[in-house]
Design a protein around this ligand. Structure first.
Ligand code: FES
Length: 130
């Protein structure tokens, strides 16, 4: 009986140590993958233009404010690349958003995702890190 419980104890210890190392290994590799995916994107900042479509982003300048959105529709992810009557319109199923990214017409039901950005020191570029 003692031998069985000793073996069981050793198995538990081995499994616990192996689990710990697997956990650490996963954490380290996930951190490395995240760092690889981080990239900095820079676009020309045209302050006089109300709406610019740049790569996967929509840049809106209005009321002395600049907002950057993901250009992917919140319905099924189609890339929004046009406006109609001052609204951002998804080409796939017709969802419409105002220039603050707020949903106006479905089938999408979520607002566009705003993106953190900064303007370069010389004021010529919008820089998105992510
Ligand atoms: S993907 Fe935009 S409305 Fe469906």
């Amino acid at each position: 009986m003692k031998l069985k419980s000793r073996r069981l104890f050793l198995r538990v210890i081995i499994v616990a140590i192996a689990s710990f190392f697997i956990f650490i290994w996963n954490r380290l590799t996930l951190e490395l993958l995240k760092k690889d995916k981080l990239k900095t994107i820079s676009f020309p900042f045209v302050k006089n233009k109300t709406i610019s479509f740049e790569d996967d982003f929509i840049i809106v300048n209005q009321d002395e404010t600049t907002i950057v959105f993901s250009a992917h529709c919140t319905h099924l992810g189609c890339k929004i690349d046009k406006t109609k009557d001052g609204k951002l319109v998804c080409p796939c199923h017709g969802s419409e958003y105002d220039l603050y990214g707020k949903i106006l017409k479905g089938p999408a039901y979520k607002n566009l995702k705003s993106v953190d950005f900064r303007i370069s020191h010389d004021g010529k570029n919008i820089i998105i890190e992510g």
